[in-house]
Design a protein around this ligand. Structure first.
Ligand code: GLY
Length: 337
C-alpha cells in the first residue's frame, strides 16, 4: 500500500494508533521478532522488513530491506529518491547501518544513488572503513554496481525553486502530522515537511538487534551539510547486549549529545527504553530551553528483550511497530505540549 492512501481517519486495515500512555509508562513489548521505525510512514518499511523477520532472517537484512522502501518512496520528501535538495539543488543523502556485534557502515552526502542504506552496508561488509563521503562514496557505489540516477523529482525541484525566492530556512515542527489536501482532493498525513528522517530498529527471532537510519537531511541545507543520521552514535546506535536507539529531528542537536549512544547507555544502567529516550530529550532541553522550544527531536529505542519506548521534544512524533501480534502506529509523549 502506498503512503498516499493513508488517511488520518482510515488507517491501514489491522493498524491502529495507540495512546501516548501506551508508550512511556507501559513500554511496548512484543515477542520477538519485531521491527520499529520512526514516524507513521515507517509502517510501509516495517512491512517489508517483516518479511525477512518472519522467515527467521537476520535483523540486519530486515533493516536494509525496510529502509529501501522509504528510500524509493517518491512522496517522502525527507528520505532518498524525491527528497528535498540542498540549497544548490543537489539531492545529497545520508545513511548508516549497524548490527548487534558493532559492525557498522555509513555514507554521507552521497549523490545520485537511490539506496544509501545499501551502500552503507556494502562499506561495512566490503571495506576496512566505516564511513565514505561525497564523491568517494559515489565512486564506491558505482564500482559496486549501483546505478547513477537523478534523484531530484519534479515535485522537489518545484519546492526548491519556490524556496529559492526567499532562500530562508525555517525548521517546521511536526508538519508530518498535519492533514493536508492533495491535488486529487483526497487528504493525507504529511505535507510540505522540511526536516525528518527514518530510523529503524529490529530484533530478530534469534535475538539479534540491528538498526538503520536514512535521510535526505535538512531541506535546502548548505551543500555538504551532514546531520546526525549517518553518524554512528548520534542518529543510530546498537549494542547487541543492551539495546538500540535511533533519532529523528534536528541533527545538529542530536550530534551534540551523541544522542542514540547516550540513550543506549541509559538502558545499560537500568532505564527502560522510554525512560532513556525521555532523559535524553530532557538533557537537550536543559542545555538551551529557548532553542529547544523551536525544534523537534525524537528518540526511539528498544532493549534486547524487545521492550520499546520513545520520547520527543514536541508533540506529533510517532513511530510504527510490527510484530507477529501487533501492527500499529504509536503516538509519543513529548517534553513540550
Ligand atoms: N535528522 C536528520 C538530519 O538532521 O539531517
Amino acid at each position: 500500500m502506498k503512503r498516499r492512501s493513508f488517511i488520518r481517519n482510515g488507517l491501514l486495515a489491522g493498524t491502529s494508533i495507540s495512546s501516548m500512555s501506551d508508550n512511556l509508562s507501559a513500554a511496548q513489548s512484543a515477542a520477538k521478532p519485531l521491527i520499529v521505525s520512526t514516524w507513521d510512514f515507517g509502517r510501509f518499511a516495517n512491512a517489508e522488513g517483516w518479511k525477512v523477520l518472519a522467515s527467521n532472517g537476520h535483523a540486519l537484512d530486515a533493516i536494509e530491506q525496510a529502509a529501501r522502501v522509504t528510500e524509493a518512496d517518491e512522496s517522502n520528501k525527507t528520505v532518498g529518491y524525491g527528497g528535498y535538495p540542498d540549497r544548490d539543488g543537489c539531492v545529497t543523502l545520508d545513511a548508516c547501518i549497524m548490527d548487534e556485534a558493532g559492525n557498522c557502515g555509513s555514507v554521507m552526502a552521497i549523490e545520485h544513488i537511490k539506496h544509501p542504506i545499501s551502500v552503507a552496508r556494502k562499506i561495512m561488509e566490503k571495506t576496512p572503513h566505516i564511513i565514505l563521503v561525497g564523491d568517494g562514496a559515489l565512486q564506491f557505489a558505482l564500482e559496486n554496481g549501483y546505478k547513477k540516477e537523478n534523484l531530484l523529482t519534479p515535485d522537489s525541484k518545484k519546492a526548491w525553486e519556490k524556496w529559492l525566492k526567499n532562500s530562508k530556512y525555517e525548521p517546521v515542527i511536526n508538519i508530518e502530522n498535519q492533514l493536508y489536501k492533495k491535488q486529487d482532493n483526497s487528504f493525507a498525513l504529511g505535507g510540505i515537511n522540511n526536516h525528518d528522517t527514518i530510523g529503524l530498529l529490529a530484533l530478530d527471532a534469534s535475538g539479534r538487534l540491528s538498526g538503520g537510519c536514512t535521510t535526505s537531511g535538512m531541506a535546502f541545507k548548505m551543500h555538504g551539510r551532514v546531520g546526525d543520521s549517518p553518524v554512528i552514535g548520534a542518529g543510530l546506535f546498537v549494542d547487541g547486549e543492551v539495546g538500540a536507539a535511533t533519532a529523528t529531528g534536528v541533527g545538529e542537536e542530536v550530534i551534540r549529545c551523541v544522542g542514540s549512544h547516550s540513550v543506549v547507555e541509559y538502558i545499560r544502567i537500568g532505564f527502560t527504553p522510554g525512560q532513556a529516550c525521555k532523559k535524553m530529550v530532557e538533557r537537550i532541553a536543559k542545555r538551551d530551553l529557548q532553542k529547544a522550544k523551536s525544534l523537534q527531536i525524537g528518540f526511539l529505542a528498544i532493549d534486547k528483550l524487545g521492550n520499546v519506548g520513545a520520547f520527543a521534544m514536541q508533540k506529533g512524533f510517532n513511530y510504527s511497530l510490527k510484530s507477529s501480534t501487533e501492527e500499529k502506529v504509536i503516538a509519543v509523549e513529548s517534553y513540550f505540549d
